[in-house]
Ligand binder design. Sequence first.
Ligand SMILES: CC(C)(COP(=O)(O)OP(=O)(O)OC[C@H]1O[C@@H](n2cnc3c(N)ncnc32)[C@H](O)[C@@H]1OP(=O)(O)O)[C@@H](O)C(=O)NCCC(=O)NCCS
Length: 147
Amino acid sequence: MYIEYRIYDTTSNLKEAKELSDSIFNKYSATKVTPEFDSAKPVFSVIIIKNKESIGYIDLRNKIEDKFNGNVEVDVGILPEYRNKGYGKMLVAKLLEEVKVFQEIKKIYWTYKNTNLASKTLAEISGFKNKIDLDENQTQLIFKNNY
Ligand SMILES: CC(C)(COP(=O)(O)OP(=O)(O)OC[C@H]1O[C@@H](n2cnc3c(N)ncnc32)[C@H](O)[C@@H]1OP(=O)(O)O)[C@@H](O)C(=O)NCCC(=O)NCCS
């Protein structure tokens, strides 16, 4: 198995990262979280590539649009045919390892729908904590980037 990662931070081409993540996302055409979140700019992205094919992405986006205050929100997706094979876990681990040096990113929020067991499990096993019930349908977890 040949896995590579492409990492985008504020010094690299986040527009390219957004296009890549959108193209992966569009392939499985799920519904985006909210229009505001969708238009928020990614500040950090990792793409996972298997045998030269981009199979998944994780973006960190400004939690409050236009105003970076160290709080970011996760958007993650793996192409359907590659799910439940450990790629999501590898991708999140890579993101958390790479983001360590970006101490301006303080808290990473992960919001999942309570029916989305894959998202919930992935967040929990990746070390996201401090569960908050946003409403009866959605839960939020936080990862503190303070090493
Ligand atoms: C959520 C998502 C990114 C997970 O990626 P993935 O590559 O399938 O996850 P992994 O294979 O690494 O699995 C991670 C953990 O979740 C568990 N898991 C995966 N799919 C699951 C499912 N459908 N139901 C229950 N548990 C599941 C795995 O068993 C694993 O836990 P373990 O290590 O304890 O066994 C992927 O399912 C996806 O792209 N979903 C659609 C988009 C989405 O919902 N994104 C999240 C919105 S924030």
